[in-house]
Every structure is written in C-alpha cells, then in structure tokens.
Design a protein around this ligand. Structure first.
Ligand SMILES: Cc1ncc(COP(=O)(O)O)c(C=O)c1O
Length: 373
C-alpha cells in the first residue's frame, strides 16, 4: 500500500467515539452532541412535499436553492444584528462542511489557526487537513475565550482565529464586550474570524452576540446550521455566510467536494426556518431546566462547575480518575482532554436527555465522586 498524505496522518478518529465504544449497551449516554427532540413536523413535511413533487430529484444550484438562502437571510435579519445577502450564503452538508470549506479557503500550508482549547474537535483536524498549524489558546477560568489571549497569539503567520459561542464542549457564552473585541482584532490585524454559531438559540442568560455584529470590514465568516437549532443533526444542513469575495472562494471548494447540499435537507431546513419557532423556544426551556438540575447535582457533590450559559453541555473540573469511574458505573461522559490539552482535569457532560435519566446519572456520578475522593 502506498503512503498516505502527511495531512491525513496528522488527524485521528475523535476520542469521543472511543468512549462510546467502551461503554456498555445499557449505559446512560451523556456523551452525545445532539438534542434529544424530534425534528419539527413542519420541517419533515416540507421535505416530504418536495420529494413527492420531484423537486429534490436534481442538483440544486451549488450555493443551495434561492428560496433556502432567502430563508437563511431572513433568519439573520430576525435574530442577528448583521445583514446577509442571500447571494452570500452557501448551504452545506451541516455546519461541519461549512467549517471545512471556510478553513480550506482561508488557510495556506504552514499558516496558523488560533483555536479555543478545550474546543470543538473539528477545528484542529480541519486545520491539519488544510496543511495549517493549529494554535490552541487556553480558556479563562469561566471557560470563555479571552480576546486578549487571541490577540497575543497572533503572529505574521496567523490566517484565522475561531470563536465558538455558545461553545462545545464548555457551554460557555461570550459576552458582547468580548465579541466587540474579536471583531476589532479581526479588523485590525486583517485576520479572518471564523465564528461558529451552531448553538445560537440556546443562550440562557443574556443573548447571543456575533463578532459579525461589530466588524467594520468583511473580516468575519459566520457558520450556522439547522442541526442543533431544530434537532436536525441527521439531515445534514448548515451554511456559511461572509463577504462576496470570501463566499466565492469557499464556493470553489464546496463545488468540488459537495456540488450542492442534499436537496431534501435543503427543503426541510427551509421549512424549519420559515415555520413556527416555538419548537426552538421549547428546547431552550427544557435545556435550561436540565442545566439547573445538573448544576445543582454536580455542585452538591462538591465539584466545581463554571456555570454554562448556553448550548447543552457542562464541563466540571473533576478529580483524577473521575471520568473512568463514571463510565465504569454505566454513564458515558467525555474526558475533557478529547477536546484539547486544556480540557485535562475536566469532563464534558451533555444534558440532552430527559430530567429523570439525568437524575439517575447524577446519582451514579455522586457514587463515582465518593469513590475517587
Ligand atoms: C461547535 C460545533 N460546531 C459545528 C458542529 C457541526 O455540526 P453539524 O455538522 O452537525 O451541523 C458541531 C457538532 O457537534 C459543534 O458542536
């Protein structure tokens, strides 16, 4: 067998999968990164109608249907302080592909990408695939990313920095002041800020801000998706938006790796975006309630947990051996180091599960905590 590319040899299968495989069949899985709700009926119906009418039998335009891109622009108009031209949107195979084409289009071999540590696993891997060098930056004690730390990490070789709020794996939400700073840094250093906003609707305290709200130039590229917001992870529909120039470069990558996002998923996402939004509010309320249950539980066992203000993850600081002790007792949580060296000494707990199951899992965590203390 021939040699493989050095780029692909630099990445490996995510550590999260290994944890799932190690857990028994009856385990309570608090390792999952997806909402436990059904996709809204109106989103499913939009896909079914489109399939039955034959509208999904052919390629769509590379960027996605005009009507979906208009719905995405309308969503940004409704929820965000930045405007989006439907021509400057590419519908992608989930937020994952959006991150991929953004990094491919902006990062040259040997250039640096500043990423949060701990942070979502794709940032490091996609940087390697582009031939770039990930530059992990540790987080503040509250698990938010410090703009000052990003600014300090910038060198002549920096192509991009990644901001993710609300964040996976921490549940942390960046303040408006931080987002203003990220925008200033991107503008001032002429470095692209990749803002991953896939957990946007799930902010429990305050509200979501994007660096794109504050940038004076076209320095910010925004990634979003239907995956988490509408519990549509299986549909694979995300998008990326940015200036004409940036979109045109990202489209070159998208055109060759994907041609277009799956047509049924495009119709489903359009249905989700244009339909009633109560489903999103209901999920948010459920996540907030579960977060409070989990926080109470973890704090009552004496664990230190920075209060996660968004998404559906908590990241307590845990004693040595805790994660294994919890997994051995039948509850899957993910060791913090799966998200970077900065995650060591933490565990990621996803609370995308019902309150009763969560309470059962908290009981198990309590036993494990007592056992390793
Ligand atoms: C922070 C973050 N960004 C992007 C994604 C990709 O989401 P998807 O490709 O399912 O839309 C995920 C998925 O877990 C994530 O946690």
């Amino acid at each position: 067998m021939g040699e493989f590319s050095s780029r692909v040899e630099r990445i490996s299968i995510s550590g999260i999968r290994e944890v799932f495989e190690a857990a028994g069949e009856d385990a309570i899985n608090l390792g999952l990164g997806q909402p436990d709700f059904p996709t809204p009926e109106h989103a499913r119906a939009a896909a079914v109608d489109a399939i039955e009418s034959g509208a999904t039998d052919a390629y769509t335009s590379n960027k996605g249907t005009k009507s979906l891109r208009e719905a995405i622009a309308a969503k940004h108009e409704r929820d965000n302080a930045f405007a989006v031209d439907p021509a400057d949107v590419i519908a992608t195979a989930g937020g994952s592909e959006a991150l991929h084409i953004a990094i491919e289009a902006h990062v040259d071999a040997g250039e640096e990408v500043i990423i949060p540590d701990p942070g979502f696993v794709s940032y490091e891997a996609l940087t390697h695939l582009a031939g770039g060098d990930p530059k992990p930056v540790g987080l503040r004690a509250d698990l938010t990313l410090s703009p000052a730390a990003v600014e300090e990490a910038i060198t002549d070789d920096t192509a991009m920095f990644v901001v993710n709020s609300p964040a996976n794996p921490t549940g942390a939400v960046q303040s408006e002041a931080d987002m203003r700073e990220f925008a200033r840094i991107a503008d001032e250093y002429d470095v692209c800020c990749l803002s991953d906003e896939v957990y946007e609707p799930f902010v429990f305290e305050g509200r979501h801000h994007s660096p794109a709200d504050f940038a004076d130039t076209d320095s910010v590229v925004v990634v979003n998706a239907a995956s988490k917001a509408y519990s549509m992870t299986g549909w694979r529909l995300g998008w990326v938006t940015g200036s004409h120039e940036r979109i045109e470069r990202m489209l070159r990558v998208h055109q060759y790796v994907q041609a277009c996002a799956s047509a049924p998923a495009q119709y489903a996402a359009e249905g989700a975006l244009r339909g009633p939004q109560d489903c999103v509010a209901e999920m948010k309320a459920a996540f907030k309630q579960r977060r409070d249950v989990l926080l109470d539980g973890l704090e009552s066992m004496g664990l230190d947990v920075p209060t996660p203000a968004g998404a559906f993850y908590a990241m307590p600081r845990v004693p040595e051996g805790w994660t294994d002790a919890v997994i051995d007792r039948g509850v899957v949580v993910v060791p913090g180091e799966a998200f970077g060296d900065g995650g060591a000494g933490h565990a990621r707990i996803s609370y995308a599960t019902d309150v009763e199951t969560l309470k059962e899992a908290i009981g198990v965590m309590r036993e494990a905590t007592a056992a390793v203390r």
